[in-house]
Design a protein around this ligand. Structure first.
Ligand SMILES: [Zn+2]
Length: 264
């Protein structure tokens, strides 16, 4: 049993470790209740667990609601809890004319990347607007987290090397591409089983796997547990729970959220 495995079983705060979450939501969902939907509540839970920061995006536009409203919710969260939430702009390519202006508007507001979920919004995963968005991210050296990348992913990885492509969810099918392209990152976001995670670590580049919680849809511990208790070295787990995302932030020139006062 490794030290992180033991600390997880004891329910200890992971003091002294770097935890960064690459997949978190803030706000309300139209379909069901989100009990912890205020940014301050989320930040309190992050402080309690020693999670330094998170890529944060809205729920509203996931199933086709107003993405501008949802992005404003995220901008507000970033203002209310400075330095903890790194906003990703959500766009809906079905509203084609709004896409680039919304990316520009949010870029001005300090958003650091882009979140896509066209699979739910009803836009094809190989639609032309997605390439426009990847080209935009390439131009600005930004991360783009997509719920599900479609068939053109490999072409785009090659064509847009300054765009950092993140799979929104655990995606072993695309894992092998991490061996060929530095700009592909695999999020551990659920569902993930122990064996699937351990197998994935063997097949993917371990410096390209990042923990994502899906907070506040799911609690932080749901996804952290299987990582901390996996049959893997602590150094590998450390990369997955935070150090890899630190590398991604540095690659994109995004300031990393600082350690909490209680962990210095
Ligand atoms: Zn999610």
């Amino acid at each position: 049993m490794t030290s992180l495995h033991r600390r997880c079983l004891l329910g200890e705060r992971l003091s002294g470790e770097v935890l960064l979450d690459c997949h978190a939501h803030i706000g309300r969902h139209s379909d069901y209740v989100i009990p912890m939907n205020r940014p301050e509540e989320l930040a309190d839970e992050m402080r309690r667990l020693n999670i330094r920061g998170a890529f944060a995006f809205q729920f509203t536009g996931v199933t086709g609601g107003e993405v501008q409203y949802g992005n404003d919710v995220i901008a507000g969260a970033c203002r209310r809890v400075p330095g903890r939430f790194l906003g990703l702009t959500m766009v809906n390519p079905l509203f084609e004319r709004d896409v680039v202006p919304e990316l520009e508007r949010c870029h001005q507001l300090g958003f650091v990347g882009i979140k896509l979920i066209t699979h739910y919004q009803g836009y094809p995963t190989d639609g032309p607007l997605l390439e426009t968005i990847c080209a935009y991210a390439h131009e600005h050296g930004m991360p783009v987290l997509n719920h599900a990348w479609g068939a053109p992913l490999e072409d785009w990885l090659r064509k847009y090397p300054r765009c950092q492509f993140i799979t929104g969810h655990w995606d072993p099918a695309h894992g092998h591409l991490t061996r060929q392209y530095d700009n592909l990152w695999i999020c551990t976001c659920l569902p993930i089983s122990h064996k699937s995670f351990e197998r994935g670590l063997r097949e993917m580049r371990i410096d390209r796997v990042m923990w994502g919680s899906d907070m506040s849809d799911l609690q932080f511990g749901v996804g952290l547990g299987p990582i901390l208790m996996a049959r893997a070295e602590d150094d590998v787990k450390r990369r997955v729970i935070g150090l890899n995302m630190l590398e991604l932030l540095a690659t994109c020139g995004i300031p990393a959220p600082p350690a909490w006062d209680s962990d210095q």
